[in-house]
Design a protein around this ligand. Structure first.
Ligand SMILES: O=C(CO)[C@@H](O)[C@H](O)[C@H](O)[C@H](O)COP(=O)(O)O
Length: 354
């Protein structure tokens, strides 16, 4: 397992049981990360001052700063991208979360970002909300690589895979090897919500299932991945160079301190998976984790847990929608708070904002 750090922050890692060498994959630039960088340093001051003084609104200035950062990061990772023939070395940048229910707006924003960043190793990050599923399909069909984020349920994950396959098929490209995607499946938040529901039920059986739902669902997601990326439909795309849409585990830090600190990393290791680990999860894994193929080592147990939860009255579709609402809301809040931070920066630099 190899990880990459910038300014002391772990950008991401991949773990795999049967691929060697294993290389770093993804630099996700989310608005929260950018906000931290901008508020805790003066590194952006000159560029920001120039942008606002030349008439840009705060939000336009944000996009200019982001595009420049993403281009720089893409350059940094270009070698990995080239060496792995476009398998690794991506940088991810998200469209505005305000567009999460706007199909057309998301398509336009993704095309714009892809055009202005103008680097082969950029992922345009789009949420897996129902209105954005057709956006993902369209964007892929234009040959743009996508990080699909905020996936919380198996049903939505299947729609995401279908959007990728449909998009590749609709692209009309003879060489599909440069159109790639990751599907960001969120893990720990599933337990956070389901544990609360189980505590409400309160029976010994329910309480015993706490802390098991998220990993079980992730294992079933991997089973679905294996099924969808095999068979005649997939083989026809492989002939044109198509690459599998890799499963990316997001939300991997443990939220309940009673749980093992590698709970959302150690059992989710398998070929073609990506684990995005914050410092806390990474340090725990480096300290006492072991790399071995675990993701499909006990699928029948995962199926048993999934259906036991259903029998207890846990509605997986409710869980998926509720987490999606909360996830989109958190992304929007983070984006708004980033713009507030930029406004404060403009005030402190005594710039007149528009
Ligand atoms: O959005 C993606 C990936 O697409 C995530 O990597 C995201 O940046 C972070 O991992 C998650 O937001 C962190 O989740 P959590 O620990 O706050 O539950």
């Amino acid at each position: 397992m190899i990880c990459t750090r910038r300014n002391g922050r772990v950008l991401g890692t991949t773990t795999s049981a049967d691929q060697s060498p294993i290389s770093f994959l993804l630099f996700p630039l989310a608005s929260g990360i950018f906000q931290k960088a901008i508020s805790s340093s003066n590194a952006y001051n000159d560029q920001f001052r120039e942008l606002v003084q030349s008439g840009n609104s705060i939000e336009d200035a944000y996009w200019e700063l982001v595009v420049k950062d993403i281009q720089d990061a893409c350059k940094l990772f270009e070698q990995i991208y080239d060496e792995t023939d476009g398998g690794d070395g991506y940088v991810s940048v998200e469209v505005s979360p305000k567009l999460a229910d706007d199909t057309e707006g998301t398509i336009e924003a993704a095309k714009w970002l892809h055009k202005v960043v103008d680097r082969p190793n950029v992922y345009i990050k789009i949420p897996a909300t129902a209105p954005c599923i057709p956006s993902i399909q369209q964007v892929i069909s234009h040959g743009i690589s996508v990080n699909v984020t905020l996936i919380f349920s198996l049903a939505r994950y299947e729609a995401v895979i279908d959007a990728y396959l449909d998009g590749l098929e609709a692209s009309g490209l003879n060489d599909l090897s440069r159109v790639t995607s990751v599907a960001s499946f969120f893990v720990s938040r599933v337990d956070t919500l389901i544990d609360k529901l189980l505590e409400k039920i309160g029976t010994p059986e329910a309480l015993d299932l706490r802390g098991k739902a998220a990993v079980a669902q992730a294992a079933l997601a991997y089973k679905l991945y294996q099924k969808k990326f095999s068979g005649p439909r997939w083989e026809a795309l492989v002939k044109k160079g198509a690459k599998k849409q890799r499963l990316l585990w997001a939300s991997t830090s443990v939220k309940n301190p009673a749980y093992p600190d590698t709970l959302y990393v150690a059992p989710l290791i398998g070929p073609d998976t990506v684990s995005t680990m914050p410092d806390q999860a990474l340090q725990a894994f480096v300290d006492h984790g072991a790399v071995s193929r675990t993701i499909d080592s006990n699928v029948s147990e995962a199926e048993g847990i999934y259906s036991a939860l259903e029998k207890l009255g846990i509605d997986w579709s409710y869980v998926g929608s509720q987490l999606e609402i909360e996830g989109v809301d958190a992304f929007k809040k983070s984006f708004d708070s980033l713009l507030d931070t930029l406004q404060e920066k403009a005030n402190s630099l005594k710039l007149v904002s528009l």
